[in-house]
Design a protein around this ligand. Structure first.
Ligand code: PEP
Length: 250
């Protein structure tokens, strides 16, 4: 299984900044056993696609709506993402849940629609600090996953990338210890396996996200059930992002 490393630029970067970023990243060698995707703001999706031509870096979106078209002012449709050559779409990021009030029910619809348009969802789940401190981490993960996947068939679930992003680790500089992340990744894998597949599944990817840097990437990636990384802040600097992409395998 190829490791997947995804940059989530959030509401950062402009067109001039994009050009210099791409110059750095395009000239670097990316190991063939690692897949890389970048999720810029919507206005940069198509420019990024054109600037990356000739490289094997994939395009990702940070969000989408679950309808194809209509009176949904300000939203973006899966068809718009396909126009921009998007492969992956982040769904259920904690900032969407918290700041924009996205519910599990809405996220479930988005996952269903994304898959029906052959977009690969990166489905984010994770607990807050308060939930971790009150021993609710696993309950939260179960409810986010079960509700989020409620409209999908096992076949569809195989086409999702999961991302464990503890909310307390996002943008805080406090990454989960590798063993802490591994514990939840294994839990997610077991949950999906038992509930939806009954047999062992090999190819479902679970990314870790939360204050990943070039300094902690190798240790995180040394865990058996961490199959890639979702990187926010550190992905805004191309040298740092390359440092993460090129983490040393132990
Ligand atoms: C994220 O927003 O998905 C994220 C992981 O952010 P950061 O790397 O900045 O913690």
């Amino acid at each position: 299984m190829k490791y997947l490393i995804v940059a989530n630029w959030k509401m950062n970067m402009t067109l001039p900044e994009l050009r210099s970023y791409v110059n750095v990243i395009k000239s670097a060698l990316i190991p063939s056993e690692r897949e890389v995707a970048i999720a810029p703001p919507y206005t940069l999706l198509l420019p990024l696609f054109h600037m990356l031509e000739g490289s094997n870096i994939k395009i990702a979106a940070q969000n989408m709506y679950y309808e194809e078209k209509g009176a949904f002012t300000g939203e973006i449709s899966p068809k718009h993402l396909l126009d921009a050559h998007v492969d992956y779409v982040i769904i259920g990021h904690s900032e969407r849940r918290k700041i924009f009030g996205e519910t599990d029910a809405l996220i479930a619809k988005k996952l269903k629609t994304a898959l029906s348009y052959n977009l690969i969802p990166i489905f984010c789940v994770g607990e807050t600090l308060d939930e971790r401190n009150t021993d609710k981490t696993f309950d939260i993960i179960v409810s986010q996953i079960e509700n989020g996947l409620s409209l999908l068939t096992p076949q569809e679930i195989q086409n999702i990338v999961f991302a464990y992003e503890p909310v307390w680790a996002i943008g805080t500089g406090l990454n989960a210890y590798p063993a802490q992340a591994q514990e939840v990744h294994l839990f997610i894998k077991d949950l999906i396996q038992k509930k939806y597949f009954k047999t062992s599944i090999q190819n479902v990817k679970i990314l870790y996200g939360g204050s990943v840097t070039p300094d902690n990437a190798s240790d995180l990636m040394s865990m058996p059930d961490i199959n890639g990384l979702l990187v926010g802040g550190a992905s805004l600097n191309p040298e740092k992002f390359l440092g993460i992409i090129n983490f040393k395998e132990s």
